[in-house]
Design a protein around this ligand. Structure first.
Ligand code: C2E
Ligand code: MG
Ligand code: MG
Length: 743
């Protein structure tokens, strides 16, 4: 609607209201002849009208200025101001009153002139009473009708204004279609939601607004013909936004809406006359927020939120589909199970934030190795599964596994840390290694365990004989839970020797598991599992208790200057009562603090550094020695070393093992020795196996050593026998170097 039209409408409304307010039934009689004036008043009064009189035009004008009259009985010929002039005043001032001229003028012109001036009737004097009363009654009746009509119009106008306001302010699109499906009405919401003006829409067919894929759905909803309960409710379709209009619309420029529409009918005239369909009335609600929320929820249900990769549920879904497809087409597919090697160390030492970032970086690299159609899913902490639907031969899988291993070779840089990540990959093929989803995943997992057991960092295809090893791994956990109660753990002791004096100054306590069926199991096979399951705490306490008891036995036998070295895992250092437990053990066995050495790995220190330092200081204050085990393999930082109460660095045996072949390892050993000297720390070389290694280390002024060259770890009875009778023992067992003497 143009502003001009709008003005006219509102002006008209204002006029109407004024008219309604001015409405009066009072009659003003204007005549300069007293007699006439009198008789007219009498006549009007007798007929029940309220009357005022005046005998001049000027007084009439004055009265009209301040009073409201429904009817004027007006004489024409008066002194000064004539009836015509009064009529002019009335019309110029828009005064709402009905004029009946009552005049002695008999000419036709006078009558015509009066009517032209706006008079309702012209009554000639002397008038017939009936005539005059008739005219007055008709005029008043007409005014009443006009009043009622106007009152109705005004009411309608107000109510329409209100409805228009409500419709236009509606958060929903409100529309009407004609019988052909063309818009006859649309509210303003279309402008903000879709970017069209109302004018662009009116007359258009509704289908022009509907997304192509939803046309079929819209056909029976948008232009709904049914009425009542059968009409369309809450149907979701997508509308097209106007080109370049971005508000609220998705990138595809589609607006999801929920539609409620109903057919509109004109009722038939009678029972036999059918209602006539005149169009559709509909309301379309913007449901962008809901659709977005639903999409997020759906995404979360099927994806891992850290890496945004598909999760286990989505993987299973896709794998099921891929299996059906592969079956139909008689082709193959592969499942790869990936587990990052030693990821736990990163998480434990540098915290979950860094661990999470590393996982994200790894998943980004892995994604780059994939082809379209492959699915990479994260199904657990550091576990990924890869579904490769387009695999024809083992070579194809090999190629992708190689690609993945190669892609992870380059170091990852996160927060100033450099990480070298490797992964163990197990591969299972459909249909050779299984035909169901469950078996394929299980077999890929089993193959992955085999890679882990064989030095990690590589891939293996599933083979039937792998099953046995896998079930061994699973049953290990259950067995371990019973091992403590059944007293199946034992401690072996390995001497630490000063090669300058040939003295055993300490024995390292090393746990073993005497398994009823499998025999002696090495700690390398179960310590990590014990840490994972939390069993390390009772097992660790058991070691502390028994090693201290053993030390007490040595001391009781007079061996008072030999120390015991006990390995403490990171989980144990986290135990709240660990310091008290150790103090209590030493006190109850009457052992001086410096007769106990605690071996921790560098990684232990990085986890909760403040708490770790605090506990280690408490232990050190008591005299207990602290050694860093496997030094050189973890995230060593000189900074930490300076802050910690460390007594000893144990050079990891991998450096010793390779030092003769590898210059780099030699340099590392020399550097560690020099650093230890600088920090005034003791040094022990672990894993000394050959005379050459011994000589070389001696040359580099490393005097403390431990290794098979001197002695393998031995039972407690052998250990005390060796300590008490070193010469005898060495002769008998032949496993301790003859040159070594024992205290
Ligand atoms: P570790 O503390 O570094 O212990 C030294 C390991 O090196 C022992 O393996 C020992 O048998 C082995 N070893 C010693 N000399 C030689 C040698 O000349 N050549 C070779 N190849 N190996 C040598 P073991 O007993 O299998 O223990 C392995 C690891 O298990 C230990 O490494 C330690 O980290 C952990 N461990 C052992 N006992 C305990 C324990 O009671 N508690 C905790 N938390 N960890 C333990
Ligand atoms: Mg150790
Ligand atoms: Mg070690």
């Amino acid at each position: 609607m143009s502003s001009k039209q709008r003005d006219t409408a509102s002006q008209r409304a204002a006029k109407n209201i004024k008219y309604l307010c001015d409405f009066s039934e009072k009659i003003l009689i204007v005549d300069d002849e007293q007699l006439h004036l009198h008789s007219l008043r009498e006549l009007m009064n007798q007929n029940g009208h309220e009357v005022e009189t005046t005998n001049s035009g000027s007084q009439a004008i004055e009265k009209l200025k301040t009073n409201k009259f429904g009817l004027l009985l007006l004489d024409l010929n008066m002194n000064e101001i004539s009836g015509d002039e009064v009529m002019d005043f009335i019309s110029e001032n828009n005064i709402n009153t009905t004029i009946i001229v009552v005049s002695g003028e008999s000419s036709f012109e006078a009558a015509e002139n009066a009517l032209r001036h706006g008079a309702y009737d012209f009554i000639r004097k002397p008038y017939a009473i009936d005539n005059l009363l008739n005219s007055v009654n008709n005029a008043i009746k007409k005014r009443h009708l006009e009043y009622e009509n106007l009152a109705m119009q005004t009411k309608l106008h107000e109510s329409e204004k209100l409805h228009r306001y409500i419709v236009n302010k509606s958060p929903d699109i409100v529309y009407m279609l004609d019988t052909e499906g063309r818009f006859t009405f649309i509210n303003k919401r279309i402008e903000t939601l879709l970017g069209y003006t109302k004018r662009e829409i009116i007359g258009k067919h509704y289908s022009e607004l509907i997304h192509e894929e939803d046309q079929e759905k819209a056909r029976y909803t948008f232009n709904e013909r049914r009425a009542g309960t059968r009409s369309s409710t809450n149907l979701e379709i997508r509308l097209k936004c106007k080109h370049n209009h971005t508000a609220r619309c998705f990138e595809t420029r589609l607006l999801p809406i929920e539609i409620n529409a109903v057919g509109v009918y004109n009722p038939g005239r009678d029972k036999n006359d059918q209602d006539k369909f005149i169009g559709t009335y509909g309301i379309a609600r913007d449901i962008t927020d809901r659709v977005e929320a639903e999409e997020i929820i759906r995404f979360q249900a099927y994806h891992d939120m850290l890496t945004r990769l598909p999760n286990r549920t989505l993987l299973k879904d896709r794998l099921n589909q891929a299996i059906s497809h592969t079956k139909r087409n008689n082709t193959k597919l592969a499942i790869m199970f990936l587990d990052l090697d030693r990821f736990k160390v990163v998480n434990d030492t540098l915290g979950h934030m860094i661990g999470d970032q590393l996982l994200q970086a790894v998943s980004t690299r892995l994604k780059k190795c994939l082809r379209e159609g492959d699915t990479l899913a994260r199904i657990g902490g550091d576990e990924f599964t890869l579904l490769l639907p387009e695999i024809h031969t083992r070579k194809d899988s090999e190629h992708i596994a190689d690609k993945i291993i190669h892609a992870l070779k380059k170091p990852f840089c996160i927060d100033d840390h450099e990480f070298f990540v490797s992964t163990s990959i197990g591969i299972a093929h459909y249909p050779d290694d299984g035909t169901t989803m469950e078996t394929l995943i299980k077999h890929a997992d089993i193959a992955m365990y085999h890679v882990k057991d064989n030095g990690k960092d590589g891939y293996k295809f599933y083979a039937d004989n792998m099953n046995e090893l896998y079930s061994r791994h699973l049953s290990l956990e259950n067995d371990m839970r019973r091992a403590l109660q059944n007293d199946q753990f034992v401690i072996y002791y390995q001497p630490q020797i000063n090669v300058e004096t040939n003295e055993v100054f300490a024995m390292e306590a090393l746990i073993r598991w005497q398994h009823p069926e499998r025999g002696l199991i090495s700690p390398t096979e179960f310590i990590a599992l014990a840490e994972e399951t939390g069993l390390i705490q009772p097992i660790g306490d058991w070691v502390l208790r028994n090693a201290c008891a053993e030390l007490k036995r040595w001391r009781n036998a007079g061996l008072t200057s030999v120390r015991v070295a006990i390995n403490l895992s990171s989980c144990q250092l986290e135990q709240d009562n660990i310091v008290d437990t150790i103090f209590e053990l030493l006190r109850s066995h009457d052992i001086p603090g410096d007769m106990l050495e605690i071996e921790i790995t560098e990684n232990v220190l990085m986890k909760d550094i403040e708490n770790g330092i605090f506990k280690l200081n408490q232990l050190s204050d008591y005299g207990i020695k602290i050694a860093i085990d496997d030094f050189g393999t973890g995230y060593s930082s000189l900074n930490y070393l300076k802050k910690l109460p460390i007594d000893t660095l144990k050079i990891d045996r991998s450096f010793i093992h390779d030092m003769q072949q590898n210059d780099e390892d030699s340099s590392i050993i020399k550097a560690i020795i020099a650093m230890a000297k600088g920090l005034n720390l003791n040094i022990i070389s672990e894993g000394v196996e050959t005379e050459e290694q011994l000589e070389q280390l001696r040359e580099w002024r490393c005097k403390n050593m431990q290794g098979f060259l001197f002695s393998r770890p031995m039972t407690d009875d052998d250990a005390i026998e060796l300590l008490l009778n070193p010469g005898q023992y060495s002769n008998k067992k032949g496993s301790v170097r003859n040159s070594v003497s024992f205290l």
